[in-house]
Ligand binder design. Structure first.
Ligand SMILES: Cc1ncc(COP(=O)(O)O)c(C=O)c1O
Length: 440
């Protein structure tokens, strides 16, 4: 005879089965997959309480980030949910305006037809198509390097490189304001870890002297810093690397494709092409803006990454339409450098007018990341909301993305903006800046 416990279990199973059947009965609307909430879970209740406290802290600090919904393609002008007219966009990393370029879209559609939606595989099992290798070769040749390896994102490329390259007998020396993905990647490696003060060459030299016993020393920096729009002092960094026999890694997410005369990035900006040893960058910004990242550098490093880099080995390959869009964007950049010239002239136009109006601008005068410094988090978010009411989409950045007390609006200039677009944005900044007493 079945025990009481067995009967109870059978009943519970039948009940569950009935729920599933009920949910999957054909209806006009897609069936809702709703589970019964766990009724009396004390542990979940206390976890929820902890989460609610964190959420309240963020709201009280004025650093809550709302996501606005875009209802159009990415571009200089976009449709935003809740807005009746189109909005001028000044906060995408769409530096060359290629994210919705007709040839980029066409290439992506074609790849969908010829190579499918995706590979359902990591690269080394059955996820490498001819177009993946072609893009790697194209990227390596664009940067003048021996080889390149693709990742699902530059975050992954940064997460996957340091652990492979460095062992406990090595040292990594990293700028304190490097991107979060570099910080995370370095955390995963077993090398001695050192940070130098932001762009401070005396401190970097001190750290190089302190690590003289290390087998290899790797200096790590963003080429251009995403929150500040300032550029690493790459000539001095490479000189120090030569002097102390170190190697240099740069993250070129905010440089590749548009910075330097032909968009080759920070090395080209300084006229020191080839001095950096390893470059990581993204396909998700100027190069079509879809997704993806890569490492380019010595072949031996790329070969080893293919064998050992965890985000490469254990994550799906890039979808063919994404590969094709980046590849086409790269072709367009290599054919014609007029777009990079346009980004630069737009940047100068914006920065000059903003400084003349009395705003405090941060960053390098040639870089299209133009932070308008406001200090207070609430002010930055309020300012950005008012800009949207005037048809200009910008975002306030506050802690933890930037240090406390250094909130700002990060304006990003694109080659797709017209001079009138730039002037309209400046005039909105001036109106609201006066209203909120940021400028007089
Ligand atoms: C400097 C820097 N490195 C890495 C990344 C990550 O790039 P991806 O979006 O390809 O993961 C970003 C993106 O914001 C970045 O700004």
């Amino acid at each position: 005879m079945a025990s009481f416990r067995m009967i109870k279990r059978q009943f519970a199973c039948r009940q569950m089965f009935r729920n599933v059947i009920k949910l999957s009965e054909p209806t006009l609307a897609p069936p809702l997959y709703q589970l019964q909430p766990r009724a009396n879970s004390v542990s979940l209740a206390s976890t929820k309480k902890i989460l609610e406290e964190s959420l309240s802290e963020i709201k009280n600090a004025g650093t809550w980030k709302n996501e606005r919904i875009i209802v159009s393609k990415q571009g200089a002008q976009i449709g935003v949910e809740g807005q009746t007219s189109s909005i001028l966009n000044f906060c995408a990393n769409n530096y060359l305006g290629l994210s919705a370029h007709p040839e980029v879209i066409e290439a992506s559609k074609k790849a969908l037809d010829t190579h499918g939606a995706g590979l359902s595989s990591v690269r080394f099992i059955c996820g490498t198509q001819n177009i993946h290798r072609e893009l790697e070769e194209k990227l390596a040749s664009f940067h003048g390097r021996e080889d390149a390896i693709l990742y699902a994102s530059c975050f992954d490329a940064n997460a996957g490189i340091f652990e492979v390259l460095l062992s406990p007998e090595d040292a990594v020396i990293s700028d304190e304001l490097n991107h979060a993905s570099i910080i995370d990647g370095i955390r995963l490696c077993k090398a001695q870890r050192h940070r130098y003060l932001h762009k401070n060459m005396e401190d970097l030299e001190k750290k190089l002297q302190e690590t003289s016993g290390a087998r290899q020393r790797l200096i790590v920096t963003d080429g251009a810093f995403s929150m500040d729009g300032n550029v690493a002092p790459l000539i001095e960094i490479c000189d120090l690397a030569d002097k102390y026999n170190a190697i240099v890694f740069i993250d070129e997410c905010h440089a590749t494709g548009f910075f330097g005369k032909t968009g080759r990035g920070t090395e080209e900006y300084y006229g020191i092409e080839g001095r950096v040893d390893i470059i990581n960058s993204t396909l998700g910004k100027a190069l079509g803006g879809a997704a993806g990242g890569y490492t380019t550098g010595p072949k031996a490093l790329i070969d080893l990454l293919r064998q050992r880099s965890r985000p490469y080995l254990f994550s799906n390959t890039l979808p063919p339409p994404v590969v094709a869009s980046a590849s086409k964007a790269l072709d367009l950049i290599m054919q014609d450098d007029s777009l990079t010239g346009k980004v630069l002239s737009n940047t100068k136009r914006f920065r000059t007018q903003m400084v003349n109006a009395g705003f405090t601008m941060s960053g390098d005068p040639d870089h299209p990341i133009c932070p308008v410094m406001l200090g207070d988090a609430r002010l930055a978010s309020n300012f950005a909301d008012k800009m949207l009411q005037q048809g200009i989409y910008v975002i306030g950045f506050s802690y933890p993305v930037v240090p406390i007390g250094k909130a700002r609006i990060r304006v990003q200039i694109s080659g797709a903006h017209s001079e009138e677009d730039i002037d309209r944005a400046v005039s909105a900044f001036i109106n609201i800046g006066r209203e909120l007493k940021v400028i007089s």
